[in-house]
Design a protein around this ligand. Structure first.
Ligand SMILES: Cc1ncc(COP(=O)(O)O)c(C=O)c1O
Length: 366
């Protein structure tokens, strides 16, 4: 296949050709469905296959013991990715799993406020409603700016007014290219915490941003960050991760259903929490997926998140422009900054039909 690259491409023709060779799925499909699940590089597939094979040969627990050092590499690599330590990372089975572990650790009481944005992920909002039904929490939404994205002034007002138990922001929503101004959100939150508002916790849902751009938890000032590893990180399905800050660990937060990995049962009536992020994990994992995820993070880091971000913005910008030039097609993305999720609407056409027609042409979309 001959490759043409746009002006200002972050990668040379040869680099792109190499990436394509390293991901054999690119021979079969044009994969535009990274917001659903990315196409895994072959090294990611191989890491899983090798471990499953080892399990079949010597036993599951024995294979995990033999590969213990490589498995630890997942935590180290993920720590490097987010600019934190391995001890602040928990492996989970999805972004939702990561998010609910964090959410369940917050000691909500009746009347507590959850402050959130208007473009938050649907499952997060359902969970808030469930907490409202069970515990009587209140849900308050931050206003948007005229051009989309949270209004920092309104965020500040509502933080100081409501002193919420939880601030929850989705970095890049599922259904649009919007990128929330999380740098500014983090600054406002950090300053607010200096005023002794010890009871507020901040979860950042970075499900769609991990792998698209550099995420530095030291600058983002979140207490928790959740994401899945199958999307822009291009890891396997069934994988996610949760960053837990030292503030949350030292504050004693623990998931509601902590298990024997997260805690040690010391006496009949007492257990001790693990001091690190293991507190948020369960005993059993599909270790092949942990190893696949480690490989995917290494692959992403070797390319460099800054370059990836430059390229995804370039390509999505070109895609939006070309769509706009087409008859009856309207792009829907609004916000101060746009990421790679391109959303469009074709007048008089059913979205299911469009997805099916794309599939018939071996183009994966959603
Ligand atoms: C913004 C956002 N948050 C969370 C999720 C949930 O991710 P998972 O399916 O890994 O639970 C998604 C899924 O698309 C998402 O787009």
């Amino acid at each position: 296949m001959s490759i043409s690259i746009p002006v200002n491409s972050a990668f040379t023709k040869d680099e792109i050709a190499k990436f394509r060779v390293e991901t054999t799925g690119t021979r079969n499909v044009i994969h535009l469905n990274n917001a659903g699940s990315g196409l895994m590089p072959d090294v990611v597939t191989q890491a899983q296959v090798d471990h499953i094979h080892l399990e079949s040969q010597i036993g599951g627990y024995e294979a995990a013991a033999l590969n213990a050092d490589i498995i630890m590499g997942f935590y180290e690599q993920c720590g490097i990715l987010l600019n934190t330590k391995a001890r602040n990372i928990a492996f989970t089975s999805s972004a939702t799993d990561a998010y609910t572990r964090a959410l369940s650790s917050i000691p909500f009481e009746s009347g507590d406020v959850i402050l959130t944005d208007r473009d938050d992920f649907v499952s997060n909002q359902i969970q808030f409603l469930s907490l409202k039904k069970r515990l009587g929490v209140q849900i308050v939404h931050i206003a948007n700016e005229v051009n989309g994205g949270v209004d920092p002034g309104d965020l500040k007002d509502k933080l100081y007014k409501h002193r919420p138990k939880l601030l929850s922001i989705t970095h890049i929503p599922t259904n649009s290219g919007l990128v929330q101004p999380v740098g500014e959100v983090g600054k406002i939150y950090h300053e607010y915490l200096q005023h002794d508002y010890e009871k507020t916790w901040y979860i950042l849902d970075a499900c769609q941003s991990a792998g698209q751009m550099k995420l530095d938890v030291q600058n983002l000032h979140c207490d928790f960050m959740s994401f899945s590893c199958r999307k822009f990180l291009r890891g396997p399905r069934g994988t996610g991760a949760l960053f837990i800050s030292d503030r949350a660990l030292q504050g004693g937060l623990e998931p509601m259903f902590i298990d024997m990995r997260g805690a040690e049962w010391k006496e009949k009536d007492r257990y001790d929490q693990q001091p690190d992020a293991k507190r948020f994990e369960d005993w059993d994992f599909a270790y092949s997926t942990v190893l696949g995820t480690k490989s995917a993070i290494e692959y992403c880091s070797a390319i460099g998140e800054e370059k990836i971000w430059q390229q995804v913005k370039l390509l999505s910008g070109i895609t939006r422009q070309r769509l706009k030039e087409m008859d009856r097609v309207h792009t829907m993305d609004r916000g101060p900054e746009l990421a790679v999720l391109v959303t469009f609407h074709v007048e008089g056409s059913d979205p299911v039909y469009i997805v099916q027609e794309l599939l018939r042409r071996k183009i994966n979309g959603q």
